[in-house]
Design a protein around this ligand. Structure first.
Ligand code: NI
Length: 176
């Protein structure tokens, strides 16, 4: 399909509430997912939400496979979540650095639940429930935020841990 230019923070389309998918047979759903996969891989994202390519629909995708932007992250197989919803958040939380393709070159420290239970539909519409931990849980929480018009800077606990990768000491060596 196609690589689409990722919208950047400030674009009002990133602030919309995404619509639920009800028609799982449509060609447009297939096309949207294919474009999202191509775009996420081209940009070296570990996740992408449809609103980031201007589609206000509840679709998120994740994949981690030797990602240069997250060299320490464990592998996550390609996962496509339609209408995802977190139904349980662990009390235990972790504070860790996040990035976002809509804020290129920036990172911020965000607190997220260590474990989540979520419900979603597959590409063909089957409903399922699953759990995720650690970085996997973090990516899902980050991407679902996009469906509600929320970008990670709105989740920062302090602006002192937010900045450009090429200036933050933590990223001088970690990133290629
Ligand atoms: Ni993002």
């Amino acid at each position: 399909m196609a690589v689409i230019t990722v919208l950047k923070m400030g674009d009002p389309r990133l602030q919309l509430q995404a619509e639920k998918i009800s028609d799982f047979e449509s060609d447009s759903l297939r096309d949207n997912i294919a474009d999202m996969i191509d775009t996420m891989r081209q940009y070296h994202g570990v996740g992408l939400a449809a609103p980031q390519i201007g589609i206000a629909k509840q679709i998120i995708i994740l994949e981690v496979d030797n990602n240069p932007r997250y060299p320490d992250a464990d592998t996550i197989e390609l996962e496509i979540l339609i209408n995802p919803k977190i139904i349980q958040f662990s009390q235990q939380k972790d504070l860790a650095w996040e990035g976002c393709l809509s804020l290129p070159g920036m990172r911020g420290k965000v607190e997220r639940s260590r474990e989540i239970t979520y419900q979603a539909n597959t590409e063909t519409g089957q409903s399922y429930t699953a759990t995720a931990q650690g970085f996997h849980a973090r990516v899902i929480q980050h991407e679902i935020d996009h469906l509600n018009g929320i970008l990670y800077p709105q989740r920062l606990t302090t602006l002192n841990e937010f900045g450009f990768e090429d200036s933050l000491p933590e990223f001088q060596q970690a990133l290629i």
